[in-house]
Design a protein around this ligand. Structure first.
Ligand SMILES: Nc1ncnc2c1ncn2[C@@H]1O[C@H](COP(=O)(O)OP(=O)(O)O)[C@@H](O)[C@H]1O
Ligand SMILES: [Mg+2]
Length: 248
């Protein structure tokens, strides 16, 4: 158990230090890239008669692939020619600035705390056509409070005017309230479930917390992160996207 915990910690630190792998960029013809296209299409189908301008990717616990899925999904969506903004709203363990190699001195937190700052001073173009990122900015002492402000609502409205899709990378839903706060403000939520390692109870708990704030769960993405099965090596890929869950 202690060994497993250590491994998990190492993984988290790895994505915080180096960002996550952009398989969709490095390997655009791979199965994984194809699966991300399928996920994108399924999300679009699930919202066919509704507006889909803001989307959030979360999971029950840490290090389950939220940032990997949101970053690769952002790349895939931008590949369609839509202007996409990936927002790092994980104000506890941000990775987007590392993944896309942009400065993190300005970002979501500085936009929320400094009214004089313009959007374009914090949003950065990436090397990928149509893809922009808003990094977290410096980590604040009070992430949940910041995300719950009226200014955050205004910011989301402003971002929607500038981009076709705004995608939020957020913390795990079980450990902190940040994600519940944001899930109530966006059009759709995707739940990442790493195959094999998350107990059913954790997924049910995550769903319960999201339901509580009337989040619109569009579906789940199975991500095969199984450190204990692969001895630290990942052969994992994305198992796909499972139906909508909006019969509330
Ligand atoms: N399907 C996968 N195959 C291989 N590595 C993965 C996969 N999903 C995630 N990882 C790796 O696992 C670690 C945690 O993923 P990350 O996306 O940062 O999780 P989270 O954002 O949920 O904390 C990272 O090092 C990432 O590169
Ligand atoms: Mg993350």
């Amino acid at each position: 158990m202690a060994l497993f915990r250590r491994k998990e910690k190492k993984l988290e630190d790895k994505s915080m230090k180096y960002g996550v792998d952009l398989y969709t960029l490095s390997n655009p013809t791979s199965t994984i890239a194809e699966q991300f296209k399928t996920i994108r299409t399924n999300i679009q189908f699930s919202m066919i008669d509704r507006k889909l301008e803001t989307l959030l990717v979360t999971s029950a616990g840490p290090s389950e692939g939220k940032s990997t899925v949101s970053s690769n999904l952002a790349v895939t969506w931008a590949g369609q020619g839509k202007n996409v903004l990936l927002v790092d709203a994980d104000l506890r363990r941000p990775t987007v600035h590392q993944t896309f190699q942009v400065s993190n001195s300005q970002g979501l937190t500085t936009l929320l705390t400094n009214p004089k700052l313009n959007l374009d001073q914090a949003i950065t173009e990436t090397a990928i056509d149509h893809l922009y990122v808003l990094p977290s900015g410096p980590i604040p002492p009070n992430p949940a409070e910041l995300l719950a402000t009226e200014r955050m609502n205004h910011l989301i409205e402003a971002l929607k005017e500038h981009f076709d899709l705004v995608l939020f990378d957020v913390p795990p839903v079980i450990s902190v309230t940040d994600t519940q706060i944001l899930a109530s403000k966006v059009d759709g939520t995707i739940l990442v479930t790493p195959q094999g390692i998350v107990e059913k109870a954790a997924i049910l708990k995550a769903k319960e917390l999201l339901d509580k704030v009337h989040a619109r769960i569009l579906g789940t993405v199975m991500n095969r992160v199984t450190p204990q099965n692969s001895g630290g090596y990942y052969g994992g890929y994305y198992g796909g996207y499972y139906g909508t869950d909006d019969k509330k």
